[in-house]
Design a protein around this ligand. Sequence first.
Ligand code: ATP
Ligand code: MG
Length: 599
Amino acid sequence: MRVSRLMLVTLRDDPAEAEITSHKLLLRAGFMRRLAPGIFAYLPLLWRVLQKVSAIVREEMAAVDALETLLPQLQPADLWRRSGRWDGYTAGEGIMFHLIDRQERSLGLGPTHEEVVTELAADLLRSYRQLPVCLYQIQTKFRDEIRPRFGLMRGREFIMKDAYSFHADEACLRRTYAAMDGAYRRIFERCGLRAVAVEADSGAIGGSASQEFMVTAEAGEDLILTSPDGRYAANQERAVSLPAPAVPLPGGPCRTLATPDQTSIEELCDAHGFDPTQTVKVLLLLARFAAAPARGVLVCLRGDQLLNEVKLANAVTARCPDAGALLEIVPLLADHLDGPVPFGFLGPHLVDLPMRQADPRAAAAPLLRLADPSAAELEAFVCGANRVDEHLVGARWGELCPLPEVVDLRAAQPGERCLHDPSQRLEAARGIEVGHIFQLGRKYSEALEARFTNEAGEDEALWMGCYGIGVSRLAQAAVEQNHDADGIRWPVAIAPYTVIIVIASSQDPVQVALAEELYGRLLGVGIDVLLDDRPERAGVKFKDADLIGIPWRLVVGRGAGERTVELVDRSGGTGKRDLTADAALQELVERVGLRGASP
Ligand code: ATP
Ligand code: MG
């Protein structure tokens, strides 16, 4: 391709709309333009990158026997109602774009395709003989993200590869999951990315394995915690650790302590010399559901610990199976309740409070009481007395109130000891989630009645897995990991073009002739090559070549008469060298060309 025909518009300055480097560079280098928040036009250079990523994905999906397909993006609401996800995806913080058609039917624009693919499976898969099956597609997804940002990292319209597998039993699901894990590692490596696999939150389904692939980068939105020995890595949403040991509270019977205005753990500890690990803090929250009245939730944590909201949401969902989707969990405030609440002085023994709601059932639902092990394991502790300006010292589970149900709710922190080896301490890193693989189990197949006849002739629900890659996010993540002060440094495998030939002076017919010859010969051996034939100064062309990040640059300049050219390796491996034109071509073919081709 000739750069003069490329519609290349590069920007000298960083656009105001971009915050992180990769976003700035993709805009400046003419790879994309924003149409509206989270909605981008992929310009021809970016489209080539996306095609190259997709080609690698296709090869690796074929290698694990996944079949490419293309499923509808317009999805009937009824289908999502049957899986129980319509309300959660459309009400509250739900991210599904939805509309009503001219027949007054509700439709959603696909944010993901479990429902559609399970419906297909219900229709097509009847016998264990047809299993396992894995379908995938590479397609635009729509998500009305609450905070679209960082360009392609969090778009509202973006490209995803999503795959879904169906199995006759769990063992077979595990095998495909392991094969996908391998395929994902190869995909990211081939794309030139440094990615780590981390344990991920698998939502409220619980128990099922789920793993994310994180491209490590400062700009990543996810916090990941890893052990130095490499044996443990998890998203913070999911991570577990050993909290620091608690300082034991001196024995003695439970007593009341006057604590005027000491409403925070910090104030309480400062005033009386307690250690925060000797206290139990009580959080009073309100969970809102799609199909049930809101319910109060009382959480006990050790005073020095922080709540992990993802773990809490999972725990609440699992304990309210008939309430429909969990829409949100918010702090419970005095206006939600009938009667005074001693906020700042709450203890685990708080009695159920009547909720101020129109629905009479709300009043009847008792508080859902949960305690993190860090609080449950305390023998004696300090906590609120449920009376203003008073705390209890030396309270004990059983005496004060029954121990609530114990469930892991605390946020693991960097520096804490690892469960697998307490001599290892968790380290933090930031990551960009580029892929997610998930053993779904039978949640969707049961809800949508996707059933088959097993080998024993019995009817049962299909086992399912799902596997996503953010193709457009991956392309930007590659830039986040591969750039320098001059611009992008695309890994060769996904670079829009592999080589750029720059004519130093387009007025010089000798230079032009040699450049055209080299251009033709590179094209002839199937190398993706750009010819910068623009009537610009050499410096401008060099700057653009660096900015758009083409891995190899061939400069045809003053040496053209002697058939010498300069070969520049953008990734820095071999730097700049003067070579004869033939030697340069030979080297390019060896390094990036098709095997066996000769220029
Ligand atoms: P996130 O936690 O970042 O919102 P997710 O867990 O909701 O992502 P999945 O449903 O697992 O995303 O989707 C599969 C992949 O699609 C993700 O691993 C990610 O790479 C990509 N992806 C998800 N949301 C977006 C988005 N808004 N823009 C671009 N890529 C996305
Ligand atoms: Mg995910």
